[in-house]
Design a protein around this ligand. Structure first.
Ligand code: GAL
Length: 363
């Protein structure tokens, strides 16, 4: 080995393997680096792009529709309808009840709300029992998960439906871990009333409420739950009577409660509505449509599902909507947008933004 090459062992290797092999090695190295860079670029999401395909950390489209989020120990968990396979319209259908077979409720985790790791199915379909709510022939929609500090259990509520949408019930499942597997307890009609589009909200005092479209979707019921969050405690109110509000998403800002809802037009978009209340079981006052910008009158072609309280004290919330593709439900997309709050007047708007980052949450 010459003196110069002993100082540069790589050169020595190249000397040994010869010039042409070296060129081939460098070529392979460059290809490898480019491929690695491409993989990193593919999986790293830098901004929220409403309506685009959102990939998870494996580069696969995120599949969590009609969902909700939970923050637990510094991590966000996103639960949603796992829609795969063909979208079908049952032969008996008299309305556009397009559906996919029930496969379960998916769970994704993330620390930054942008890059999501698939944690698998938190609740899985039950293929061998046609009577089960989780049988592929049924409908499971709008899963929401909350954490019960007293029982230390994660509690999931879903809209549990029969294939013909006549069941109108709520299903409940529990788990010891956020990602599941959740154990399905069963379904019922809360306070003996129909329950379809639904969400859960845990107040600061630990009381949990289920909000659901009831009475043939014409009136919203707010059901207070038992301390273990597994069933209604018997106290409930009827609100938005005869107003056909669906897809409730509830959040709290400065001691007031806010609810975004959609109208009732199946998978088709309609105008969103924001309402406010001083107490959950009290009176709700309609504020109006918070959406602004292109296609605001159709909620940008989305339907509300959840509001993420990123930093409620600073008024930083993300409104989450589903953009349903009724004839190919598996390809339905997500529209997440910052809620812009005027901190002096409390006025809330959801302006259309084709691309944004968490910095845009600042009011
Ligand atoms: C919508 C509802 C969805 C789904 C759909 C079925 O109104 O928000 O969750 O149930 O109807 O057509």
């Amino acid at each position: 080995m010459t003196k110069a090459n002993s100082r540069f062992p790589l050169l020595q290797i190249f000397n040994n393997i010869g010039y042409y092999s070296m060129k081939r090695y460098i070529f392979l190295l460059v290809i490898l680096m480019l491929t690695t860079l491409q993989v990193v670029a593919q999986t790293k999401n830098e901004a929220f792009v409403p309506k685009a395909v959102w990939n998870d950390t494996e580069g696969k489209p995120i599949n969590a529709h009609g969902g909700g989020l939970l923050k637990y120990r510094g991590k966000y968990y996103w639960y949603g309808e796992y829609k795969v396979g063909e979208t079908t319209l049952p032969s008996w259908a008299t309305w556009e009840c397009y559906r996919t077979d029930v496969t379960g409720v998916s769970c994704y985790s993330s620390k930054d709300l942008l890059n999501w790791t698939f944690e698998g199915l938190a609740l899985s379909a039950v293929k061998d029992d046609p009577e089960s709510d989780l049988h592929p022939s049924k409908v499971i929609e709008r899963p929401k998960v909350v954490y019960n500090k007293k029982t230390k259990k994660f509690v999931m509520w879903v809209h549990a439906e029969s294939a013909d949408y006549s069941k109108a019930a709520a299903g409940v499942a529990v788990s010891d871990t956020p990602q599941g597997p959740f154990r399905y307890i069963g379904s019922f009609r809360p306070n003996d009333a129909m329950s379809r589009d639904q969400t859960l909200f845990v107040d600061d005092d630990g009381t949990c409420y289920q909000f659901s479209s009831s009475e043939e979707n014409q009136t919203l019921h707010i059901n207070r739950l038992t301390d273990d969050y597994l069933k209604p405690d018997g106290q409930y109110v009827r609100r938005f009577i005869g107003q056909a509000r669906e897809a409730p998403a509830v959040f709290k800002y400065k001691d007031k409660y806010y609810m975004i809802t959609s109208g009732c037009t199946g998978w088709d978009p309609n105008r969103a509505e924001l309402a406010v209340a001083d107490s959950i079981m009290g009176e709700w006052t309609v504020i109006g449509d918070p959406c602004t910008g292109i296609d605001a009158d159709k909620t940008f072609y989305g339907q509300s599902t959840y509001v993420i309280p990123v930093n409620p004290k600073k008024g930083q919330f993300i409104a989450c909507f589903d953009m349903w593709k009724k004839k190919d439900l598996a390809d339905s997309r997500y529209i997440w947008l910052p809620i812009k709050i005027n901190r002096d007047t409390g006025d809330m708007k959801i302006p259309w933004m084709p691309k944004w980052t968490l910095k845009d949450l600042k009011n």
